[in-house]
Design a protein around this ligand. Structure first.
Ligand SMILES: O=C(O)CCC(=O)C(=O)O
Ligand SMILES: [Fe+2]
Length: 673
């Protein structure tokens, strides 16, 4: 487990580090299937903004926040479009026009080539959003990746912003028996030279000197709808839902497969139209906003990426205190030159008083933490002391969750929660946003800042975990309290914490559903919440909720647990199987039938805890991490969470084990007051 962070760093074969020669040629599949080697031309300029990786791009550009897929839309209108590596057949890019497939509904063969799996139509989401941009006059920003083949240029960066375009044509053609949408973009400003034009090329002629010609169109006799003359082979009806779609060119009424564009279609231009405008600025100016609102360092907009004023790179906010253009902690860093850009912005982060991050201090919003449906399956126990109101939720043999709700009286004690919240803000914790693989298969930055202490843990690389002997005093104060809570739940004899993950949440930050790791950890995990309120949810992992994977492979371990679909029926079947009343095959058939009948997209939360400043939560039982997952959503402008675990020493490299040594002196031991 501790090495996972390293493995997770995606290996992109196209990446190169400084000193390696840029690729001069690219190989592409021609329409006839033979490999061609293309010479790439130099470009004449530089993009106004660029990025090394998709997370930085999406964190920075408000008009392109799609970590996956080529189209970014808000309220059903497309604002940004991504041109990846391979373009399909007939993708076309010149200095002013881009023609490409709309994307989506495709599967990749692993080499970048894609096959369309489903028919696309005017109702396809991506098509609808492009059409909405076209109809409402919204410009679309185009981004092109270095490996893009149709452009035939040596692009300067991994991801390059081309500029604003307008959607001028959407039509459909037949790709491998499926109707696939295609879009033709035209550059919004035809007078400005394109940075990706060939080096040494002339400026484009002024509009007044151009003979702007629109492509020809014809009304289809079959469906009475108009289609442009797109292909050299002749006019065809390009309406996907019409029976006359693509018909009429060959004797048998079908369309030729080897289509080429009509020259007039390629050279035609729509006349400039002042009504077509982008709804964002191409290069966001977050830095200027920060100058205007210097106290806003923990607010949502300040957690976005910025564009480096020196080299124009998108820089995500990965540091608690700001942005670094050349990020020494980024393992995936691509150094473009021998002298990387040294620009950085370190924020002045004045201490935020507790009052400013909490709203309704005395009101607990969730008074029934256990979902109605499961109340009879989850045993609840309450126990109060002067310091904490302790609520225990027991999920059968799986484990329990103990919520220590802090009473007002302990908050302002010396070294107590108020004090810790204040001190953690001033301490240098080294909080950083790591890059992780998501379930959707993309890489994204975590939505909270993390720093690990003690034994190395999960996504934080082992070299980045500071031993407890080097940890700030505030971290150890938190650990003392967590050790107490762990002992309360698991008993003093159990393995105590040897790791602590400190998390910092700015406004609207959250941690999505995850488990804390079942194999590498001891059974008890404790967490302390400081600052803003938060909501912590527990639910069954998806495969246990359904009883199978999404593709209907039955789970090997048929756990029928609170939170799952068809609970009663599954429980009954399991009892019958255990009593020998059902054969293995019969049992599997029933299980499959039930798994296939699940219609819900995801399971709902079983337990929802309202975490307040000073509260602690202990999760106990390794099966809890195996079957259940949890999420935490922060509700205010600033929150810290300190979470301690017992990492099994055998899972950690020998030399790192000393990092987790923690032997509190007697006067350091927290006594629960
Ligand atoms: O933010 C929190 O309270 C807990 C975070 C958490 O679940 C984790 O660190 O694994
Ligand atoms: Fe967690």
């Amino acid at each position: 487990m501790p090495k996972r962070g390293k493995k997770q760093q995606g290996k992109n074969p196209k990446r190169r580090r400084s000193g390696q020669a840029p690729s001069q040629v690219t190989q592409s599949e021609s329409a006839s299937g033979s490999a061609e080697v293309q010479e790439l031309e130099d470009v004449r300029g530089q993009p106004a903004v660029w990025a090394n990786d998709r997370p930085s791009l999406c964190e920075t550009l408000p008009w392109f926040q799609s970590h996956q897929g080529g189209v970014y839309q808000t309220e059903k209108v497309c604002h940004g479009f991504f041109l990846g590596g391979h373009g399909g057949p007939r993708d076309y890019i010149d200095d002013e026009i881009v023609i490409t497939r709309v994307g989506g509904d495709c599967e990749s063969n692993g080499n970048g080539a894609v096959t369309q799996m489903n028919d696309q139509s005017w109702n396809t989401r991506a098509v609808q959003s492009l059409r909405a941009s076209q109809e409402s006059g919204v410009a679309v920003g185009l981004i092109i990746s270095k490996g893009n083949q149709p452009i035939k240029r040596k692009l300067p960066h991994e991801l390059n912003v081309m500029g604003w375009f307008r959607v001028v044509e959407i039509w459909f053609e037949n790709t491998n028996g499926k109707s696939g949408a295609r879009v033709r973009f035209q550059k919004l400003d035809l007078e400005e030279p394109s940075w990706w034009a060939k080096r040494g090329s002339e400026d484009p002629p002024p509009i007044s000197q151009r003979n702007l010609r629109l492509p020809e169109s014809k009304i289809c006799k079959g469906c009475l709808r108009s289609s442009k003359l797109v292909y050299e082979q002749g006019w065809m009806c390009l309406q996907p839902k019409s029976s006359c779609f693509l018909s009429g060119l060959l004797d048998d009424g079908t369309a030729p497969t080897d289509l080429t564009y009509d020259v007039n279609f390629l050279s035609s231009r729509e006349p400039p139209d002042d009504h077509i405008k982008p709804q964002f600025s191409l290069v966001p100016n977050t830095l200027a906003e920060l100058e205007r609102f210097p106290d806003a360092w923990s607010q949502k907009f300040a957690s976005r990426g910025v564009v480096c004023p020196e080299c124009h790179k998108c820089i995500a906010r990965r540091y608690w205190k700001g942005w670094m253009c050349h990020d020494p902690l980024d393992d995936n860093v691509i150094t473009e030159s021998a002298a990387p850009c040294q620009w950085k912005k370190i924020l002045d982060v004045p201490t935020i008083p507790l009052k400013a991050v909490q709203e309704d201090l005395n009101v607990r919003s969730i008074n029934k933490p256990v979902d109605k449906e499961w109340r009879t399956h989850i045993q609840q126990e309450a126990h109060s002391t002067d310091a904490y109101h302790r609520m225990t939720y027991i999920i059968g043999d799986v484990g329990k969750i103990v919520h220590f709700r802090a009473n007002e009286s302990i908050l302002n004690k010396p070294k107590g929660p108020d004090d810790l919240f204040q001190r953690l803000q001033q301490a240098d914790l080294g909080l950083y946003r790591y890059s992780i693989n998501t379930r959707a298969g993309t890489r994204q930055l975590t939505k909270s800042f993390a720093a690990n202490f003690g034994m190395p843990y999960k996504y934080v690389l082992s070299v980045r975990s500071k031993g407890f002997d080097e940890a700030p005093a505030e971290v150890i104060l938190g650990l003392d309290r967590l050790k107490w809570a762990t002992d309360q739940v698991a008993g003093k004899e159990a393995s105590g914490p040897n790791e602590l993950l400190a998390l910092g949440y700015l406004e609207k930050m959250a941690m999505g559903f995850h488990d804390d790791g079942e194999d590498s950890l001891g059974p008890t995990i404790a967490t302390l919440s400081l600052g803003a309120n938060a909501t912590m949810k527990f639910r069954l992992k998806d495969q246990y909720f359904r009883g199978s994977s999404r593709s209907h492979v039955l789970v090997a371990d048929d756990a029928v647990l609170p939170g799952c679909e068809n609970y009663e029926e599954r429980k009954e079947l399991k009892a019958q199987r255990n009593a020998g009343e059902l054969t293995k095959d019969e049992y599997s058939k029933h299980r499959m039938r039930l798994a296939k009948a699940v219609t819900k997209n995801e399971g709902s939360s079983l337990i929802t805890l309202d975490l307040r400043h000073g509260d602690m939560v202990v999760m106990h039982g390794s099966l809890l991490q195996k079957y259940y997952e949890h999420s935490v959503e922060s509700k205010g402008k600033l929150r810290f969470a300190l979470t301690s675990r017992h990492v099994k020493p055998e899972m950690v490299e020998e030399g790192d084990r000393v990092k987790g040594e923690y032997n509190p002196a007697p006067d350091q031991i927290y006594n629960g007051e």
